[in-house]
Design a protein around this ligand. Structure first.
Ligand SMILES: NC(=O)c1ccc[n+]([C@@H]2O[C@H](COP(=O)([O-])OP(=O)(O)OC[C@H]3O[C@@H](n4cnc5c(N)ncnc54)[C@H](O)[C@@H]3O)[C@@H](O)[C@H]2O)c1
Ligand SMILES: O=C(O)[C@@H](O)[C@@H](O)[C@H](O)[C@@H](O)CO
Length: 316
């Protein structure tokens, strides 16, 4: 349910996350302004936004009339003065500290009434972000969503050592009002909760490849058809209790010394990046990505989340 005193949501950045966040908030009745940095960025953001709603219409989760009503809540701008009255600002720009800090200084210079500035960063420390700010450090939180945020309900909110409770509370309440499942971390740590877990898993998966134990396709198959589906209905710790913690101890005493403890991106990733094989954005990463494969991936990636769809779509 839309919060009455949140009259203007700003989304800065018009990429995958910015467009999805704009879809989420217009889809829950919030007037939303997306700030772009170029004509190309605006066009991309508009196209990605429309794709979000096109998928929801195709899945019969939103009607065309509802989508049109939501689109009327969205505006685009290149000018920070157009978000001067934003009540909450979601920063969705590139995962580069300098880029984010430049955005924050523009916010400080133009925006006068925001109650929270939420960075969607995947891993940057909330302390590092806040320490780079010249003002409004107390309003900055990390609000890390999972891709695509308009479908994936989970968001991890992280306070920095400067954050006032009011800012964290505002971010929490606005996200919950849009049907998100939000946690607030007790203190700042890089990667927050879920991305620490996801990247610990990725580190070991890549270690298995580098050790010649299995190929990417087989690792993906193992994950998709072994324990991953389990954790959409029971918790990790529930399962360990079900298995028996004596068994868990035996396994961990034997297995943990053999697992990867790398402290940097592995050579497998470094080599792909050095060759500019960045994944979908360049057509080749771990896998090849022809257009039809990208579309198939997008549909499969969204499918598990459709059952969580719970937007409070504006009725007029
Ligand atoms: N893609 C994901 O799976 C995912 C998931 C959760 C969080 N995030 C985080 O969300 C944020 C945005 O990620 P994204 O995937 O939407 O990225 P993206 O590359 O799709 O979009 C980044 C946007 O940043 C803006 N930008 C402004 N100045 C820029 C500059 N100097 N250089 C590059 N871009 C500039 C542009 O509008 C661009 O569209 C990042 O902090 C990322 O870590 C990403
Ligand atoms: O999985 C996600 O959507 C998030 O964890 C993002 O932050 C992003 O996909 C990175 O993990 C990519 O490794």
């Amino acid at each position: 349910m839309k919060i009455e005193n949140i009259n203007h949501v700003a989304v800065i950045g018009t990429g995958m996350i910015g467009a999805s966040m704009a879809a989420l908030f217009t889809g829950n009745g919030y007037s939303t302004t997306m700030l772009a940095f170029s004509e190309q960025g605006l066009e991309r953001g508009s196209r990605l936004y429309d794709t979000c709603f096109g998928d929801l219409i195709d899945k019969n989760l939103v009607t065309k009339d509802q989508a049109e009503r939501c689109r009327k809540l969205l505006r685009f701008t290149f000018d920070y003065s157009d978000i001067a009255d934003a009540d909450i600002i979601f920063e969705c720009v590139a995962e580069k500290l300098d880029v984010k800090l430049c955005v924050y200084e523009n916010i400080n210079a133009n925006c006068k009434q925001f109650r929270a500035l939420a960075s969607t960063t995947s891993a940057l420390s909330a302390d590092d972000l806040a320490e780079g700010m010249t003002a409004n450090r107390d309003k900055l939180v990390v609000a890390h969503p999972y891709n695509p945020p308009h479908l994936v309900p989970f968001v991890e909110v992280v306070k920095s050592k400067f954050t006032k409770d009011e800012a964290a509370k505002t971010a929490y309440e606005v996200l919950e009002s849009a049907g998100r499942k939000v946690i607030i971390m007790q203190r700042c740590a890089p990667g927050f909760v879920a991305n620490r877990l996801q990247h610990a898993l990725l580190r070991e998966a890549i270690h298995i490849i580098e050790e010649g134990l299995a190929e990417p396709r087989d690792i993906d198959k193992a994950l998709m058809y072994s324990f991953m589906p389990r954790y959409t209905s029971v918790g990790l710790f529930e399962h360990q209790d079900a298995a028996g913690l004596d068994l868990v101890k035996s396994i961990e005493d034997y297995l943990l010394p053999t697992l990867c403890n790398g402290c940097a991106a592995p050579d497998y990733i470094n080599k792909l990046v050095a060759e500019n094989n960045l994944g979908m954005k360049t057509g080749k990463g771990v896998y090849e990505w022809p257009e039809e494969a990208k579309e198939d991936f997008r549909c499969r990636a969204a499918a598990p989340y459709l059952r969580y769809f719970n937007w409070d779509i504006p009725s007029e």
